[in-house]
Design a protein around this ligand. Structure first.
Ligand code: 6PG
Length: 471
């Protein structure tokens, strides 16, 4: 191959960058990967499928010289300063018309700033969310592009080729203006946090509450995944229970410390939801509970201080397992509803014009939150693409109505017995508040007017009122 004929370039050959580039090569594109670390370029070349065109280079200049014009390249480097550093390095090397994709988990405001800075100055810059982990990157991720529609049209065939497919339809679509791609990915991760928290609560109820061992847990989550709870996250949970520890005779899950890390995308979702504002309490709770998990030493002290003897859940096992399944189903729907309501609001408030039916279509395959429920949501958005909240869709309402009694039963017991179920509880509380046409906020408004003359509106006449309370 001559030196200027490669279709696509990748900057950063960590596992995600390497796998995505190899995926492109598997689909017939000639690709070049750049990393300063020579061992990474060697691994790239040695892991390529025989017969594909894959080259590793150790200077950016060499990569730029080897790309067809207009050049198309992606960076998969850690979010933050590394992205700005790469842009700085690329500025003298690229020309107008070239397209640079940031495929990492950048904060959307950084992407907006970069798009603004580069506009009319140099190359096209696109923020693109990519989900599916290292396996997904190699075999077909879900891809969430946003930004300049012209630039998207240029890379669309390539992104469609490498993405996951559902019923033959590629899990990629243009998802809106500016930083919409990274915004949608951020909210995807918020939903991911929520569902992971909910699954962990169901595990706790079954494991500590009913004393169910890992083999049986495997069977239960397998049944769930074979049924209406079919999803990637339930599927991997099923498999986790069987994983043996290679250092002891135990199952690995039992040997893992109960402290969860986070890179920040869940927190960003909550922070931005507060700014919009739009309520997403299951996601907020999931972020908080991950944070709480980190306070292990304090939790250990508190456990000794508030010592309670573990109590078994006093309900027949099979009945409780069914109720927990329904509770997870209910709360999972609420998690998606909150994330999608946030996207609906952001779409107009932030001027991103995010097409929700396309978001849901793209999430059906390849990504971490893929699940059979997305088919239901896809239909809901076909009926009304401007649906402000999934809870207002008739078929979603039908599903929630069928499960709401069981989540109440699970929570009643869990609260009585002292099991921490904050995510499940947040989902039911949100549901109960959202479906209330009369909330007690009239009292809050009265209090605000009482101490701060903030005024209030009345139920019987238009206008804004203030009262000299207590006089
Ligand atoms: C994905 C994942 C991916 C990654 C997150 C996890 O969609 O493929 O969401 O982006 O696993 O970085 O984030 P935390 O470290 O915050 O859990």
């Amino acid at each position: 191959m001559n030196t200027t004929s490669f279709d696509f370039g990748m900057i950063g050959l960590g596992v995600m960058g390497r796998n995505l580039l190899l995926n492109m090569a598997d689909h017939g594109f000639s690709v070049v990967g750049f990393d300063k670390d020579a061992s990474k370029t060697t691994t790239l070349e040695t892991s390529a499928t025989p017969g594909t065109t894959v080259k590793g280079v150790n200077t950016l200049a060499e990569m730029i010289a080897s790309l067809k014009k207009p050049r198309k390249l992606m960076m998969l480097v850690p979010a933050g300063k590394p992205v700005d550093d790469v842009i700085g390095d690329l500025l003298p090397l690229l020309e107008k018309g070239d397209i640079v994709i940031d495929g990492g988990n950048s904060h959307y405001t950084d992407t907006l700033r970069r798009v603004g800075f580069l506009k009319d100055k140099s190359f096209h810059f696109m923020g693109v969310g990519i989900s599916g982990g290292e396996h997904g990157a190699r075999t077909g991720p879900s891809i969430m592009p946003g930004g300049d529609p012209e630039a998207y049209a240029n890379v669309q065939p390539l992104l469609e080729a490498v993405s996951a497919k559902v019923n033959g339809s590629p899990c990629v679509a243009y998802l809106g203006k500016g930083a919409a791609g990274h915004y949608v990915k951020m909210v995807h991760n918020g939903i991911e946090y929520a569902i992971m928290q909910l699954i962990s609560e169901t595990y706790d109820l079954l494991h500590r509450g009913l004393g169910i061992d890992n083999d049986e847990l495997h069977k239960i989550y397998k049944n769930w995944n074979d049924g209406e709870l079919q999803s990637f996250l339930v599927e991997i949970t099923r498999d986790i229970f069987l994983q043996k520890d290679d250092k002891t005779d135990n199952r690995l899950v039992d040997m893992i410390l109960d402290k969860a890390g986070s890179k920040g995308t869940g927190k960003w979702t909550s922070q931005d939801a507060m700014d919009l504002p739009v309520p997403i309490p299951v996601i907020d709770m999931a972020v908080s509970l991950r944070d709480l998990s980190v306070y292990k030493d304090e939790r250990t002290q508190a456990a000794a201080l508030y010592k309670t003897t573990p109590v078994e859940i006093p309900v027949p096992k099979e009945v409780f397992i069914q109720q927990v399944q329904d509770a997870l189903y209910f709360a999972t729907i609420i998690s998606y509803a909150q994330g999608l309501a946030m996207l609906h609001k952001a779409s107009t408030e932030l001027g991103m014009e995010i097409p929700l039916p396309e978001v849901v279509r793209v999430w059906r395959g390849g990504c971490i939150i893929r699940s059979s429920l997305l088919e239901v949501f896809y239909k809901a958005y076909q009926v009304n693409p401007q649906l402000p909240n999934l809870l207002l869709d008739g078929s979603v309402a039908h599903l929630l109505q069928a499960k709401k009694q069981n989540i109440r039963s699970v929570l009643t017991l869990a609260i009585q017995m002292g099991y921490p179920v904050a995510g499940l509880m947040a989902s039911l509380s949100y549901f109960d508040a959202y479906r209330s046409d009369r909330l007690p906020t009239n009292l809050i408004q009265a209090q605000r007017d009482y101490f701060g003359a903030h005024t209030y509106q009345r139920i019987d006449m238009p206008g804004v009122f203030h009262t000299e309370w207590g006089k």
